[in-house]
Write a protein that binds this ligand. Structure first.
Ligand SMILES: [Zn+2]
Length: 465
């Protein structure tokens, strides 16, 4: 290279440096939390273009970007947007509008993605998923199972009911045609044999499964068949009562064996089977006897038809006698106390609420913050709880190259918190701002979303009147 061309190259380089690169949004002066390690880096600027993070850097280096909008985070803590990995939409066609009204509650509480674990409004949910992805509907990113796979005449509405292996195959053809994000399989009337077959068939198609495990199928066996995620922590208790290949029976507490449980949990970790504890629904239902939710302020965001679906659980709880209530409390305490064992075994834990229709007072939005608090109360570290609500969900769905952390190339989905959630997990409730697909909403904007939802709900017709 000649001397002249070296000089020219240097000039070109320096002019590139001088010319500010365009950006749409810069969050400056942030304390960025790395959810992988728990490291907090102060003085960071998060630079976003469109719906993507293009730089996470110090103030000096951030100067090469010219943001259309720059927000001073005031040294607040920034975490990746939260994922609720177990929600539902449902309650019948008359409640489609009410279910759609739940969507803003998620981003208003820092939740940028939800995993819909089936219901009876699959067509609507699939349409919302695609509209949200296309930017024509506001709401969290939706990952959905579509209708779940069940046996004939299950108690759940909206399922694809199967009674043969060919039935399972055509159900999976249908689900693949719907481009579902995972496959949910439950055990109400599905035969153990078809459950086993379905797990294998889902895996063979390269899809992820999520399930309730039939009583006749040992948890270990479901793990070996490639189950993606176990929904609800009660199965972790059952796993501890399955000695020497026997199926659990009788009193699960009395038969619980720590060594047996740990062996199964280690197998889960090894085979990559995750668990969604859904503590919030278990805890809420177990204490319906003492906790009166009739005046919960959050009910203002829940439509009258959805509130009616809450009655089902309330009535079931009301007929319980003192012994049954006591047993429910004991069951919750015992079950949630297994969580540190799962953490120690290295099992992937997914934060999910089970919020939606039917599940009384387990609220879409705020419920995930309740879940995080319950996970920590049960013995998880705040970092593990945060991972459960960010990177683990993205990883489960195979989206971690784009989601779950604050890094260059990741989606511009962030939550600004007033306090450090690694010190006190309740800090996730103190949301100063949310960025979803690059769109910044401060506290005032988030409050407006909530107010608009409450106003919309107040205008909704009361079913049957
Ligand atoms: Zn559920």
């Amino acid at each position: 290279m000649t001397r002249f061309s070296l000089v020219a190259a240097a000039l070109v380089l320096s002019s590139v440096h001088l010319q500010a690169q365009p950006a749409d949004l810069v969050i400056a002066n942030a304390r960025v939390i790395d959810v992988r390690t728990g490291r907090v880096t102060p003085g960071q600027s998060i630079v976003m273009r469109g719906d993507t993070i293009v730089a996470v850097t110090d103030r000096a280096r951030a100067a090469r970007f010219r943001g259309a909008r720059t927000v001073d985070a005031g040294a607040r803590f920034v975490i990746p947007g939260l994922w609720d990995m177990h929600v539902h939409f449902g309650g019948g066609d008359t409640l489609i509008a009410e279910n759609r009204s739940l969507l803003p509650l998620y981003p208003a509480h820092g939740i940028v993605a939800v995993r819909d674990a089936a219901g009876d409004l699959s067509e609507s949910v699939l349409a919302w998923r695609d509209s949200i992805a296309a930017g024509t509907l506001d709401g969290p990113r939706i990952f959905t199972s579509g209708p779940k796979i069940e046996g004939i005449k299950s108690i759940w509405p909206g399922d694809i009911e199967v009674e043969t292996r060919a039935g399972v195959d055509s159900a999976l053809d249908r689900l693949e045609a719907m481009r579902v994000d995972f496959v949910k399989i439950t055990d109400n009337t599905l035969t153990p044999d078809l459950f086993r077959y379905a797990l294998g068939a889902v895996r063979a198609r390269g899809l992820k499964s999520s399930a309730h495990i039939p009583a006749a199928v040992p948890v270990r066996e479901a793990i070996m068949l490639g189950l993606g995620s176990i929904e609800h922590l009660s199965y972790a208790v059952r796993a501890g009562a399955e000695h020497e290949g026997r199926v659990a029976s009788g009193d699960l507490f009395a038969n619980f064996d720590t060594a047996t449980a740990m062996a199964t949990y280690r197998l889960m970790a090894e085979r990559g089977t995750a668990i969604t504890p859904t503590l919030n629904i278990s805890r809420t239902l177990a204490w319906l006897d003492t906790d009166n939710h009739a005046n919960d302020p959050y009910l203002r965001y829940i439509g009258p038809g959805l509130r009616n679906t809450y009655q089902w659980r309330v009535e079931r709880a009301a007929v319980a006698d003192a012994a049954a209530i006591e047993r429910r409390h004991r069951m919750y305490d015992f079950t949630s106390a297994r969580l540190p064992m799962l953490q120690a075994a290295g099992v992937t834990i997914l934060a999910g609420t089970d919020a939606g229709f039917l599940n009384s007072f387990d609220y879409p939005g705020i419920g995930l913050h309740d879940e995080l608090q319950l996970l920590v109360r049960a013995g998880l570290t705040p970092l593990t709880a945060l991972q459960a609500a960010t990177i683990n969900g993205a990883r489960f769905l195979g989206r971690d190259a784009r989601h779950g952390t604050i890094e260059v190339g990741r989606a511009a989905d962030l939550v600004l918190l007033d306090r450090n959630p690694l010190v006190d997990i309740t800090a996730t409730r103190g949301i100063a701002a949310v960025v979803l697909r690059g769109r910044y909403r401060d506290r005032t904007a988030l409050d407006a979303m909530l107010r608009e939802t409450a106003e919309r709900v107040a205008r909704m017709p009361i079913p049957g009147k």
